[in-house]
Design a protein around this ligand. Structure first.
Ligand code: 7RM
Length: 653
């Protein structure tokens, strides 16, 4: 607790010393095979980032080369200036002249257990047909097309079709409400919505088309709705506006030359919720996004020609964009996609799928891992997971206990784990181990990738010394960075480029350990200030879930006259564990012992579940409001289960 003299830095209280070096066997075949090889790459990229990314971009196909690698004036970046390319061409056509022509591009499984496989050639054909169908509806380059679909191959087909003709896709997660969809349609000014008659989730059918009908009533820019027949669900069709996917494509030509698009041509808008207020439409463009997703896919996942890659994210999230759709296809890989809930029909669904499809690389979120941990290792133990060779995590800090469980019970103590830090805004992975080169430390995303100038700084932008905490920033532009917030350049500048002068501020707090490893502490607004000590909520959460009775926890601050803020912990217990005042006391002491008495929760509240977004991020803002005893205000459209809110508020009485 020596941070009084430096109150701006985040107090670093707990530590995890163990590190796990790559095995010699893994390193031997890895694309970056040693610590020294990574250091060399990083040093060269630091000397000339433009040269580094230039070489990465050259691995892809360009109709016309660029004149200038980077044009940069804060906060506006242009990459591969003057270059012409097409993302759909790079994902599909490029693979058709060689041995990948008849290789599986997508292996899809539905919740009821149907399996469909698309080869590169088949996928190319579907994309061309649908691209022509969109053209037939009058879609032109630059027009916005909303995609509101279940996780089916046609969702990827629709994205690639947009990219092929230069339309800007805006995927809206199929679990969002009609109201959330309407707001996004209006903000983007979408002219077409692509949807389905339904999707599978926990044995029930998601009524997507009803939501579209409702949303479009309040979205006057929408001229046409395309409906995929998928769930054989009764829906209403408005003949003047709605078109069946299969009818449009039956009439369409399978020949559709890719548009030669400018490197900076807009590729997609993806909405992400701000802490309050209206969702932000994050805009990504073509050439830079393509280059960085391709490079990171290849090297972070050490991709081999024979790998079967499964990213469990929905295409409604950026992870689904970059590592379910674009990253794997750019590299000619085989990707698995699963439409359905992870525990349906049984808690071993994922492990059964890994075994049946011989998945070799598995990429998921810590929240899912904690759920599986809670359900018990007997579920993965039922299946042969020996096809796996690499594991990944993304979305939030992973607590060391979950990391070790993942390593042992899923990875058979054989697979390296890459903990990948990035954001919707960054478009692609920024901070991560390279699995043949970087020793992992459970809970740390390790080091910035080559060509990425990320660091931890204080308020003035000065790099903090090793062993200290501060704000996670990126100093120089990177190829897949967002270009703006759709329709709000000023909010873009303010939000990302003005909080710390001249740098991109990620909104995350982080610390740098003695080896320069980065430990993400979570969103900066999730940092507490107790008696002048900045405490990371995730660090306290990690301590709590280290207790054998605790399944999950979310820590927030409540205003406190004496200490500025007081620590309030919401805790869910493992099956069979009974809440009691004694257990509360025990857990308070447990945290005090693990981190220090300054972090001892003033209050522990047991609950059956935590309010989460559909991508599994805990909505701490809501818990903060509940902890403070106030009403819940602001945007709740991304909340998965509204019942939880009412329950949490009642529990107080
Ligand atoms: C890819 C994604 C971004 C926020 C980010 C962090 C948190 C993501 C990690 C992580 C610790 C990680 N995009 N985050 N990855 N925190 N370790 N490996 O999740 O836009 O939805 O969220 O997620 O706070 O700023 S996102």
């Amino acid at each position: 607790m020596q941070n009084e003299q430096n109150e701006r830095s985040i107090s670093v209280l707990s530590k995890e010393e163990r590190s796990y070096a790559p095995s010699a066997a893994f390193a031997k075949t890895a694309s970056v095979p040693s610590k020294a090889a990574r250091a060399k790459l990083s040093a060269a990229a630091a000397r000339s980032p433009e040269k580094f990314w230039d070489a990465a971009a050259r691995e892809l196909h360009w109709f016309k080369p660029w004149r200038k690698t980077l044009q940069w004036k804060v906060p506006d970046a242009k990459w591969f200036v003057g270059g012409k390319t097409n993302l759909s061409y790079n994902c599909l056509d490029r693979h058709l002249d060689g041995p990948r022509r008849n290789k599986a591009a997508l292996i899809w499984e539905s919740e009821p257990g149907k399996v469909r496989t698309y080869t590169y050639l088949q996928l190319h054909r579907e994309v061309c047909l649908f691209a022509n169908a969109l053209k037939g509806l009058g879609v032109k380059p630059g027009d916005r097309v909303a995609i509101y679909m279940p996780l089916v191959p046609e969702a990827v087909v629709a994205m690639l079709a947009c990219a092929r003709i230069g339309a800007v896709h805006g995927v809206v997660f199929g679990g969002f409400s009609a109201e959330a969809l309407r707001d996004r349609l209006n903000d983007a000014g979408a002219s077409v919505v692509v949807t389905a008659d339904g999707g599978w989730r926990k044995g029930a059918i998601l009524r997507l088309k009803d939501a579209v009908d409702e949303a479009v009533k309040g979205a006057p820019t929408v001229k046409a709705v395309v409906v995929l027949k998928h769930a054989d669900n009764e829906i209403t069709i408005d003949e003047t506006r709605d078109h069946w996917w299969h009818r449009l494509t039956a009439k369409a030509s399978p020949v559709c030359p890719p548009e030669k698009l400018d490197s900076e041509h807009p590729l997609f808008i993806l909405y992400t919720s701000g802490s309050t207020g209206k969702p932000k439409g994050i805009l990504h463009t073509t050439g830079g996004y393509m280059t960085q997703t391709a490079w990171t896919m290849k090297h972070v996942f050490d991709l081999k020609e024979t790998d079967v890659f499964w990213c469990t994210a929905d295409v409604g999230w950026v992870t689904g964009h970059s590592y379910l759709a674009y990253g794997p296809l750019l590299n000619g890989a085989t990707a698995v996609m699963y439409e359905g809930a992870p525990l349906t029909p049984q808690p071993d669904r994922f492990w059964s799928m890994i075994s049946r499809h011989s998945v070799s690389i598995f990429y998921t979120a810590p929240t899912a891992i904690r759920t599986f941990m809670r359900l018990g290792e007997e579920h993965p133990a039922k299946h042969d997971l020996s096809s796996l060779r690499l594991l990944g995590t993304v979305g939030e800090p992973i607590n060391p206990e979950a990391w070790r469980w993942y390593k042992k019970h899923i990875g058979g103590d054989r697979c390296p784990i890459v903990d990948t830090w990035w954001q919707t805004e960054t478009g692609a992975i920024m901070i991560s181990p390279l699995p043949g080169a970087t020793a992992a430390k459970p809970g740390s995303a390790t080091l910035p990738l080559p060509g990425i100038d990320a660091d931890v700084v204080d308020m003035t932008g000065k790099s903090v010394p090793l062993g200290s905490g501060g704000y996670l920033v990126v100093r120089r532009p990177w190829p897949s960075m967002l270009r703006t917030i759709w329709g709000d350049a000023e909010r873009y500048r303010k939000q990302y480029w003005s909080q710390i002068p001249g740098m991109y501020f990620t909104g995350d707090g982080a610390r740098k350990d003695k080896d320069g490893y980065l430990w993400i502490l979570g969103r900066i607004d999730d940092v507490l200030n107790v008696s002048g000590h900045r405490l990371s909520t995730s660090e306290i959460e990690s301590a709590l879930v280290g207790h054998p009775f605790v399944a999950e926890s979310a820590v927030v601050g409540r205003p406190d006259e004496l200490h500025g803020q007081a620590v309030v912990a919401f805790v869910t217990l493992k099956g069979g564990k009974i809440p009691s005042p004694e257990l509360k006391e025990l857990l308070r002491e447990f945290v005090a012992k693990a981190i220090g008495s300054i972090a001892r929760p003033a209050e522990i509240r047991f609950t059956d579940s935590l309010p989460k977004t559909r991508s599994g991020k805990i909505m701490r803002r809501l818990l903060r409001e509940i902890a403070a005893g106030g009403a819940v205000r602001g945007d709740v459209t991304t909340l998965e289960d509204f019942g939880i809110l009412a329950k949490l508020q009642q529990d107080e009485e």
